[in-house]
Design a protein around this ligand. Structure first.
Ligand SMILES: CC(C)(CO)[C@@H](O)C(=O)[O-]
Length: 476
């Protein structure tokens, strides 16, 4: 794949953004309950894309009842029409933006709010940065429960960032609750099918499918979802569970945040320990036609809708965000994902901090075996197997070096997976080790060691969960 304009070293710096006009949207001095009528007015259901398909179906209905073969043929015609109209739409978008056209950084409309879902440090950090940026509408921060919202109110609706000896506070935040029936929002409003234009999700990979359930109908082809986590396979699960149609599904952007953040002991503050970057890549569109998979990669600079959000994010200096073509993104994200797929589960199984692993010859042996199995899968993935960077030898040598380097840098710290398991909580292992096991099986490769690793982590988690449940006192 040719390097896109966002590839490292070729990042286009968008023109300076003009401040977002307060008159365009009400500046929150207090928590504002979302009213999304404007969104509904603006985003009326489009009809143009389905017209041909509908016409074909109507015509077929007035004739005599079609045979099975005719129905199959009609399906193929309808599918082809859909594909053609989709491709025509992309082509139109591409023609609409000549390569040299500078795109203003602040082209998010007032109704195109950015919602952030994720009360973890990364969610807080990104929300803080977006809220401090006056050329985009105030950020909408999702608080799932009235309890969390109460803490936010007690905190004067402020989010605080500790950066060195600086303390930066912002209140340009609108608290929203996606679950109907929350006591600080009217359930009625959330029954409205208003569109969510931009959604950034930083919650653990294992929770994403579940937390999107109440709002899945508010996200469609006009929406862009940025998924920021250290896992793979979440988009595929979302597509399978909620968005099987390539015509109406949202656009997905994969994201990885590389900074180091610290907990402060408060729910609405976060410490910036080490500056990092937000890497992003648009998940490629795929269309299935009569058994043939068409993978469409519209040039990243020409795909208007998702890149509007991507451009808006890359224009915010503090976010240090950059977009990459998918293969570059994968290459850059891989060391962390592989670390999480092999090293983190080993810290659980061996009940150990990171520093003990490289010093232990048996642990190194196990790590190397797991890495070899995993690199066998990576090097055979159809997405990358033609690239010399992903030959088995190259990828194993590179990842081994990077993983040992990362391991040493962790010193005596402990993995989040280990602390989750100790509490009997779920982990992201299905979207890390599990992703490679699944892909390996599809390719007919041996993945027994990786599979046993998953089973051992899950067995340990189950034991802990049962223990925790037994400790809950019986109440009359
Ligand atoms: C090693 C790591 C996965 C631990 O959090 C992270 O620090 C990283 O990617 O360097």
């Amino acid at each position: 794949m040719r390097p896109g304009p966002f590839a490292a070293g070729r990042l286009k710096i968008p023109p300076a953004a003009k401040p977002f006009k307060p008159s365009e949207v009400e500046e929150p001095s207090a928590t504002v309950v979302e009213t999304e009528k404007a969104d509904i007015e603006e985003h009326k259901e489009p009809t143009s894309q389905t017209t041909d398909h509908d016409e074909n179906i109507k015509e077929a209905e007035v004739r005599v009842a079609p045979t099975d073969q005719e129905v199959q043929e009609q399906d193929v015609v309808a599918e082809s029409n859909r594909i053609l109209s989709r491709i025509a739409m992309w082509d139109q978008q591409e023609q609409a933006v000549p390569e040299s056209t500078p795109v203003p950084a602040d082209d998010l409309a007032p109704s195109e709010h950015i919602h952030v879902m994720g009360l973890d440090p990364v969610g807080r950090y990104i929300t803080h940065i977006l809220a401090s940026c006056d050329h985009i509408p105030p950020v909408r921060y999702v608080m799932h429960t009235p309890g969390v919202h109460n803490v936010f109110k007690q905190n004067d609706r402020k989010l605080t960032l500790y950066r060195g000896d600086q303390m930066v506070t912002t209140n340009r935040i609108i608290a929203v609750n996606f679950n109907q029936g929350g006591d600080y929002t009217s359930p009625k409003q959330y029954a409205l099918p208003s569109l969510i234009s931009n959604l950034i999700i930083t919650t653990p990979a294992a929770d994403v499918v579940r937390i999107l359930e109440p709002i899945k109908h508010r996200l469609d082809h006009r929406s862009t979802i940025v998924l920021i986590n250290d896992g793979l396979g979440v988009v595929e699960d979302l597509i399978k569970t909620y968005y099987p149609s390539s015509i109406t599904r949202p656009t997905f952007i994969l994201g990885q945040f590389t900074g180091k953040l610290g907990y402060t002991g408060e729910q609405f503050s976060v410490e910036e320990v080490e500056l990092g970057r937000l890497r992003m890549s648009i998940y490629p569109q795929q269309i299935q036609q009569s058994g043939v998979r068409i993978v469409r990669h519209p040039p990243i600079e020409h795909t208007l809708k998702p890149t509007r959000l991507l451009r808006a994010l890359t224009a915010i200096p503090d976010l240090r965000a950059a977009g990459f073509p998918m293969d570059d993104f994968f290459k850059k994200a891989l060391p962390t994902i592989v670390f999480r797929s092999i090293v983190d589960p080993l810290t659980v199984v061996l009940d150990s901090t990171y520093d003990k692993l490289p010093k232990n010859a048996y642990a190194r042996l196990v790590m190397d075996q797991l890495l070899s199995e995993l690199c066998g899968v990576i090097s055979r993935l159809p997405e990358v197997r033609d690239s010399p960077d992903f030959s088995r030898l190259t990828v194993t040598q590179r990842l081994r070096k990077e993983i040992y380097h990362k391991l040493v840098r962790q010193q005596t710290s402990s993995s989040r997976m280990r602390s989750n398991v100790a509490r009997g909580w779920a982990t992201d292992i299905d979207y890390q080790t599990g992703y490679f096991v699944e892909r390996g099986r599809q390719l007919g490769l041996r993945v027994e060691n990786l599979n046993s690793l998953i089973a051992e982590v899950k067995a340990k988690q189950k034991i802990q969960m049962d223990r925790q449940n037994m400790q809950i006192p019986f109440q009359l």
